[in-house]
Design a protein around this ligand. Structure first.
Ligand SMILES: [Zn+2]
Length: 555
């Protein structure tokens, strides 16, 4: 009976005749499948890179042949491969290579790090840092050019905010870039000024190219080094896949090159910058090396970020005389979007503020209305909104109704909630980071980290989703604990739902016969341990297509 069943599975999955012998068997730990019909099993068998069997250990034993390798989990917990549904992959690697200001506890500490870097690597060239975030600094303000001038004044310094939506530059950099009080401010951007009307060093959103022209374009060798660092970072933290956002075409080419040489230990789903739409239009979806690198999405930006007040709001900010920034025009994007529907190209758009989100839904709806289902290559088109951070209550059900996927980052909530109230006021916080409301309304919510904006750690994302508390366990009066999700839902946010959001739910996201053998193994059972212990879990094993991409040296 069992044998007949397995044979049927083998036939369905197209496996070879000898598929009832496992290449590898995993057992002796809790194994969660994210498959609702068979959620927890004792053992998993893998053959030829695919799951052959998931069920009772006694049945798995029968699949053991003379060559079969046994992975004894020794109590560690196994899950389908965790996927980060929103990250900036190369920048994650660059964070490891440039001056990393992530986690600096104060403005003074950040400036000290700049001073030390300048001493360690003296010169006249650009000093480039990234990762600062002022929200928890005791100084409680943005850095200025004078702050940097006080530690480094004789060479240009550009320090990028963690969210990538703002930089602060010193006076030397502003001078080299030719930015003065008279520089026209591009639409959708800010050049922040001091009380005297002089640029204070902060440059935001669409004004960034004015200063970023000083940053030398990374050459191929540097980019390759950054990708290798990123692969190491991601797999050693337990990710098997990443949805890489805002990708330049040269990175698509480089990643495909890695995959062809068997040097991409990570699954990457690319959403390219809008200027590369013609490349996708010309070739259709790019699928390299048996699905290791897939490129079929284009990412647009509707607005900016909440911290730098670039997020587009329906009403003014609570703490400034602005409604934020709308960064694109409907007449520019609608023709592209309608064409994309006909070609099955996925569109995804960054939207943070309630106005930004409403505009995306309105414009998507217009495109859907313009292209009837029979004229679309893919139905439903599975278009996405990246972040969907502040969504007006009346727009929440529209996501499910339109089939638009809110792709959200749990750690943004716990990173932002200490200051979001200042920007938004208490009332609007009800509409912030509303994962549970969106899910209740019928949406799926793929979860991501937005690394290097946030750390890019599955433990932090999983914890943030289920606890909705800061890492130290604190939370504020307006943090809306009812928006936390249960652990089964959190598991889906990092497994089945990213798979669906990248059109791969038939082969990825669950541990089920016939699906690809992608697994993440952690030292703790994320489904049952007390919340703070989730953060103490260790990534032990990361497996793609049945092969180990990472194996913790101490395990
Ligand atoms: Zn992002």
């Amino acid at each position: 009976m069992r044998k007949a069943f397995l044979l049927a599975v083998a036939l369905i999955s197209g496996a070879a005749a000898a598929a009832d012998t496992a290449d590898t068997l995993y057992w002796n730990g809790p194994i969660y499948t994210a498959d609702d019909s068979n959620p927890k099993v004792e053992a998993v068998a893998v053959a030829k890179g695919k799951v052959l069997f998931a069920g009772a250990r006694a049945d798995a034993e029968k699949l053991k042949g003379p060559q079969t390798r046994i992975v004894d989990l020794k109590g560690a917990a196994m899950y389908p491969g965790f996927t980060d549904a929103h990250a900036h992959l190369r920048e994650v690697g660059e964070r490891e290579l440039t001056l990393n200001l992530e986690g600096k506890p104060s403005l003074a500490a950040a400036m000290q790090a700049v001073k030390e870097r300048n001493a360690a690597e003296p010169g006249t060239g650009l000093l480039w840092g990234r990762g600062w975030i002022e929200t928890h600094w005791p100084e409680a303000r943005f850095p200025t050019r004078q702050d940097i001038d006080a530690v480094v004044s004789d060479r240009p310094v550009i320090l990028e905010r963690a969210d990538g939506h703002a930089v602060v530059a010193n006076s030397k950099a502003l001078a080299l870039a030719g930015i003065t009080r008279k520089t026209p401010v591009p639409e959708g951007g800010f050049i922040n000024k001091d009380a005297k009307g002089e640029p204070n060093g902060m440059i935001v959103d669409n004004a960034l190219p004015l200063i970023e022209k000083l940053i030398p374009a990374p050459d191929d060798a540097y980019r390759a080094k950054a990708f290798k660092a990123a692969f190491d970072y991601e797999t050693s933290h337990g990710w098997t896949g990443v949805h890489y956002m805002s990708v330049p075409w040269a990175d698509v080419v480089m990643l495909e090159g890695f995959a062809k040489k068997g040097e991409a230990p990570l699954r990457v789903y690319n959403a390219v910058e809008p200027e590369y739409y013609p490349n996708l239009k010309r070739d259709g979806a790019h699928i390299a090396s048996d699905g290791r690198i897939i490129t079929r999405a284009v990412k647009f930006y509707m607005d900016g970020a909440l911290g730098s007040r670039g997020a587009a709001l329906l009403a003014k900010y609570n703490d400034a005389d602005t409604e934020g920034l709308v960064r694109m025009k409907k007449e520019d994007v609608l023709p592209i979007w309608e064409d994309a529907l006909k070609r099955g190209i996925q569109i995804t758009t960054h939207a943070i503020g309630d106005k930004g989100n409403r505009l995306v839904l309105d414009w998507y709806e217009e495109a859907f209305n313009a292209v009837p289902e029979k004229d679309r290559l893919t139905q439903p088109p599975r278009w996405r909104v990246e972040h969907a951070q502040i969504v007006s209550a009346q727009d929440i059900p529209r996501f499910a109704k339109l089939g638009v996927i809110p792709s959200m980052q749990p750690s943004h909530a716990i990173g932002d909630l200490d200051f979001a109230g200042k920007r938004l006021g208490t009332e609007r916080l009800k509409e912030g980071y509303a994962w549970a409301d969106l899910i209740k309304a019928g949406s799926i919510v793929p979860g991501g980290s937005d690394a290097p904006v946030e750390k890019g750690d599955p433990r932090i994302e999983f914890y943030a989703a289920v606890a909705r508390k800061a890492l130290d366990g604190h939370s504020g009066p307006d943090w809306h604990p009812e928006e936390a999700v249960d652990r089964n839902t959190a598991l889906k946010m990092f497994t089945v739902w990213p798979a669906y959001a990248s059109f791969r739910e038939k082969e990825l996201g669950a541990i089920k016969p016939g699906m690809r053998a992608d697994f993440s193994v952690f030292s703790k059972d994320l489904m049952t341990v007390p919340e703070p212990e989730i953060l103490q879990a260790q990534a032990l094993l990361t497996v793609l297509d049945g092969k180990e991409a990472f194996h913790a040296p101490n395990w």
